[in-house]
Design a protein around this ligand. Structure first.
Ligand code: GLC
Length: 685
């Protein structure tokens, strides 16, 4: 059951697709305090209660013990002290453990407020949940039978998730930047030459001419259309980045059109707001305005016509290096101190002035959107910017390529954007702890509908190491978006750069072997409004031990994974919530299976091994691959080896389609496979 509560005069965010009327009942799951400028909700959390959700955030799957602030922020250090990352995903479930919650019921809550929302989940007061939202918002309360049921109801409320083209379920390689066509060719050759499959190479900001959106640097990428076709012939899709800021430059058509037609965000005086990002001074397209959104989205056409079929939208919090006005103010203040003998306070004050130039809250309060006739100050709708930039592209794709799926994902997002594209988790670092963070982020993201997601494999910032990339790939083979990406100035981390090429090839090939499963489970999650990644307690709600597990995941209906994320670890403890079949793989071809009993186990997992746990009476389909599989298109989904164990028999629904068209529902896309326990025993190697 979903109850809707409206406070003040909320802005239509586009998060929700279901029409509901205001609830007649009083707001009762939490104490409600309507303050002058805010709504505050609070309740007690019993010792064993757990909070799940909040999407892209730092820390564990159980969010208790910290305060999380929804305020989309470009912050490349995802450390434990941070309260905000790039997304604003205001949905959480307070799971009450019946034993000590005094009969209080579990509930889900979604705060539909595009401004700053604070979820203090026991940071200030260990046992208290306090949610603070703006005075104009809509709050949805979801009650249900269990965790899965509450998520499903929420997902029905917010609408069906985006489906990427099938090739985007292949392995993808990125770097800031592959600077020239020649370099891109060498990356493709690096993979294919060593038998490592590859479906996409990313073009980061340097493919553009002076960082101008919808341009290609002709010197570095001559005959771009031909180059795109040449790559396609090798089965490789090029995925260019699109940034939010439009460079201010005379005669640059995107800029000129935007100014002429009033498509940019305005400052207090009604002038186009000036911020600075990669190209220097930019204007921000007012993607909250339907005319500007249509215009900006239409701009992607130029690249699509040159054969591009995938995009990543970036810097769309929107990130601001500095604003013209604030920069001037800071320079003036610093000049006053030029000859000063600065003590501790004076020095840090000056330093903070410079550091505070970027993503400054004052700047976000100083520009405006024209929301189809309504002038709204940016900070009140801040968290909707990335959402609407992505919506702009997606709505344009509907017109440009109505029957074709185009890969689209974004850095910033708000609930609702999951219908238009995926997200990646932004600028992580090549640290072991960030691998754990990416594992822990997945269920929260899935709860909010972000199914096409993954982290920068190997770590974006800092120099990585061979073992970290390998362990990260061993997790990454399960994330729908499987992309290796690294920052400028860091060590090159393409799979072929390392000595143990065989191990890298074997692990990446496993992804292609897993494709029938990953794709089927992805589509089930989309079509049934379910989670592809789940904390194990979601599947074993009667098992109190399962609620304590923070580093294992259920993936789809058949398997559980327990990735290794600790440096030098030779294995790890794994909790099995029931008897499961452990599949140990050195490669798709070299594997062994063993049924292990419910309980705690220490499992050896060598650096080059992947271990998967298959649930009882379930099956895992693995595609049998030829040695020369290069791309997703080479995977023969009819040559399948089935792994699993059953008391009597097991059943599995396989999904397959052409990977391109947008019609996901035909009955013939599904194939039911039933195997008896004897048949299953035979297929096992
Ligand atoms: C941002 C993105 C990163 C990209 C870089 C340069 O930091 O998050 O992925 O490589 O910008 O475009």
């Amino acid at each position: 059951m979903i109850s809707k509560y409206i406070f003040g005069e909320p802005i239509e965010t586009g998060a929700v697709v279901m029409e509901l009327t205001q609830s007649e009942a009083d707001f009762s799951v939490m104490q409600l305090e309507v303050q002058e400028n805010a709504i505050q909700l609070s309740c007690h959390m019993a010792e064993n209660d757990i909070v799940y959700g909040l999407g892209e955030q730092v820390r564990g799957m159980n969010k208790r013990g910290f305060a999380y602030i929804s305020n989309a922020t470009d912050d490349p250090a995802h450390t434990e002290n941070k309260h905000s990352l790039y997304g604003a995903h205001n949905f959480m479930i307070l799971h009450r453990c019946e034993k000590d919650s005094d009969g209080q019921k579990s509930f889900g809550i979604f705060v539909d407020d595009p401004g700053t929302v604070i979820f203090d989940v026991g940071q200030t007061d260990l046992d208290k949940l306090v949610i603070t939202a703006g005075k104009n918002c809509v709050i949805y309360v979801i009650e249900g039978n269990n965790l899965k049921d509450m998520v499903k109801q929420f997902r029905e409320l917010i609408g069906q998730s985006y489906v990427a083209p099938k090739w985007a379920f292949g392995y993808q390689q990125s770097r800031w930047s592959y600077e020239t066509a020649e370099e891109v060719r060498s990356v493709v050759e690096g993979h294919h030459g060593k038998g490592i499959p590859l479906d996409a190479v990313y073009l980061d900001i340097d493919y553009m001419e002076s960082y101008k959106d919808f341009t290609v640097d002709e010197e570095k990428f001559p005959n771009f259309e031909e180059f795109t076709a040449e790559m396609k012939e090798q089965g490789v899709h090029l995925v260019p980045i699109i940034d939010a800021g439009v460079k201010i430059e005379k005669d640059y058509p995107t800029y000129e059109e935007g100014v002429r037609e009033n498509y940019f965000c305005k400052d207090e005086d009604g002038e186009d707001f000036v911020a600075a990002v990669w190209p220097g001074k930019v204007h921000f397209p007012d993607v909250l305005n339907s005319r500007a959104r249509e215009w900006f989205g239409g701009k992607y056409r130029w690249l699509i016509e040159q054969g591009i079929d995938g995009f990543w939208n970036d810097m769309n919090e929107p990130a601001i290096f500095y604003s013209e006005k604030n920069l001037k103010k800071v320079f003036d203040e610093i000049m006053l101190k030029k000859d000063e003998n600065m003590d501790l306070h004076a020095f840090f004050q000056m330093k903070n002035l410079v550091v505070g130039l970027s993503n400054n809250p004052v700047d976000y309060q100083s520009f405006y959107h024209d929301m189809d006739g309504k002038k709204i100050r940016h900070d009140q709708v801040h968290n909707l910017y990335g959402f609407n930039m992505t919506r702009a592209a997606s709505e344009a794709f509907d017109k440009i390529e109505p029957d074709k799926r185009i890969l689209l994902f974004s850095r910033s997002s708000y609930v609702g954007m999951h219908r238009y594209g995926g997200i990646w988790t932004g600028d992580n670092n090549a640290w072991w702890g960030q691998l754990l963070l990416s594992i822990q982020q997945m269920p929260g993201l899935n709860m909010c509908g972000f199914l096409y997601t993954g982290s920068d494999i190997g770590g974006f910032g800092s120099d990585t190491t061979e073992d970290l990339v390998m362990r990260w790939l061993e997790f990454g083979i399960f994330t729908p978006l499987m992309r290796n990406h690294a920052a400028i100035g860091t060590r090159y981390q393409e799979a072929y750069q390392f000595e143990n090429t065989d191990a890298f090839r074997n692990i990446i090939r496993m992804r292609y072997g897993l494709l029938p499963y990953i794709y089927s489970e992805y589509m089930k999650a989309v079509l049934n409004n379910e989670m592809y990644f789940r904390p194990i307690a979601f599947d074993y709600p009667d098992d109190s031990q399962a609620f304590r597990v923070e580093d294992q995941l259920m993936v789809g209906e058949s398997i559980m994974i327990a990735p290794v994320y600790v440096q030098n670890a030779k294995g790890r403890y794994v909790y099995l919530p029931e008897d499961m079949m452990m599949v140990r793989m050195k490669s798709l071809e070299e594997k062994s299976c063993e049924v292990l009993h419910k309980g705690h186990h220490y499992i050896d997992i060598a650096l080059d091994e992947v271990v998967i746990f298959v649930k009882k009476n379930h099956m895992l389909p693995l595609a049998v691959l030829d040695q020369n599989v290069k791309t997703i298109a080479d995977v023969d989904e009819n040559r399948i080896e089935w792994i699993g164990f059953a008391e009597e028999s097991a059943e599995y629904m396989l999904y397959s389609d052409d990977g391109m068209s947008r019609n996901y529902t035909p009955q013939e896309n599904w194939k039911k496979v039933v195997l008896t326990k004897e048949e299953l025993a035979k297929t096992k190697k």
